[in-house]
Design a protein around this ligand. Structure first.
Ligand code: SF4
Length: 145
């Protein structure tokens, strides 16, 4: 049985606007306290270095924005004064779409909406009707021809 692409699942859930997330590093990081700090501190394992990194974060003016961003986009490193393990606990139970999911779903959307019909059929191993149905879900203003 064919697996429905994640991007189509997102459309069915009425969450397509989540695809418009900017995949680059947000501009607010220009105000970060760590921009002049030793970057290795934020990826260190030792307790003393983790504590030093957290000290830098403690006075950072964008700490909450940084943490919010990292909860959705960063697996490694200290962000917003939280280690990856601490962020994992914060995420528990939350339905978070990370940056890699967004990249994959944007590629899927592009294939479904913009590639030749034959290519989309071959890639997703579905019939023509399914591709037309997915196109309508992903772009309700585009009608099947
Ligand atoms: S909260 Fe910490 S990791 Fe995030 S930008 Fe500020 S100093 Fe850097």
């Amino acid at each position: 049985m064919t697996k429905r692409p994640e991007v189509v699942q997102l459309a069915i859930q009425g969450r397509l606007e989540e695809l418009e997330r900017d995949l680059g590093t947000p501009a607010f990081f220009a105000d970060s306290k760590c921009k002049d700090a030793d970057p290795t501190l934020f990826f260190a394992e030792s307790n003393s270095k983790v504590a030093q990194a957290k000290d830098v974060c403690a006075t950072c003016p964008i700490r909450q924005k940084c943490l919010d961003w990292a909860l959705e986009n960063a697996e490694e490193g200290i962000y917003g004064a939280k280690t990856p393990r601490e962020r994992k606990k914060l995420r528990a139970g939350a339905d978070i779409i990370d940056i890699n999911d967004i990249r994959i779903m944007k590629e899927q959307r592009d294939l479904i909406l913009n590639s030749a019909l034959d290519k989309a059929i071959a890639y997703f191993r579905v019939n023509e009707r399914t591709i037309y149905r997915w196109r309508e879900l992903l772009n309700p203003t585009q009608k099947a021809s």
